[in-house]
Ligand binder design. Structure first.
Ligand code: 4NP
Length: 146
């Protein structure tokens, strides 16, 4: 299974989702490919935000080597599932979809809830980490039940 995690900047939330999911699939011995991207071009080439790097590190997840990139329509060919953090991401990713098959790949990471943008609030990084972790665990559990 090939999974792409997407947020606005690809420096705060989706790098966490990328690193957390990679760690979980490794623990479970699953042969999944995980990546992340942003809907914006703002931080292309940048490392994750230091606050995301720090919260991940506290839980033994190293995201420091990730590099920001922007999502494109080609990602619909490369990935089976595209998980977005909030409704703006959902709208922006769906705008890149070319057909129904593409559209069906896109879901909110938390299904009906959103992962809030923590960029302007240092206090949000810990709760965001926990929300993303819960979402990733649920996705794996659901997939293993199939
Ligand atoms: P992310 O957070 O979408 O979780 O990576 C943001 C990162 C940067 C900005 C906004 C949100 N920004 O305005 O630069």
């Amino acid at each position: 299974m090939k999974v792409l995690m997407v947020c606005l900047g690809n420096i705060c939330r989706s790098p966490l989702a990328h690193g957390i999911m990679e760690n979980l699939v490794r623990e479970k011995g699953l042969d999944w490919q995980v990546d992340s991207a942003g809907t914006s071009s703002w931080h292309i080439g940048a490392a994750p935000d230091r606050r995301s790097v720090a919260v991940a590190k506290r839980y033994g997840v190293d995201i420091s080597q990730q590099c920001c990139r922007q999502i494109s329509s080609a990602d619909f060919d490369a990935f089976d599932r595209i998980y977005v953090m909030d409704r703006m991401n959902l709208r922006d990713v769906l705008a890149l979809a070319r057909n129904d098959e593409d559209r069906q790949k896109v879901q909110l990471l938390l299904n009906t809830e959103v992962v809030p943008d923590p960029y302007y609030n240092d206090e949000e990084f810990e709760p965001v980490y926990q929300m993303v972790l819960a979402g990733c665990r649920k996705i794996i559990d659901q997939e293993l039940q199939k």
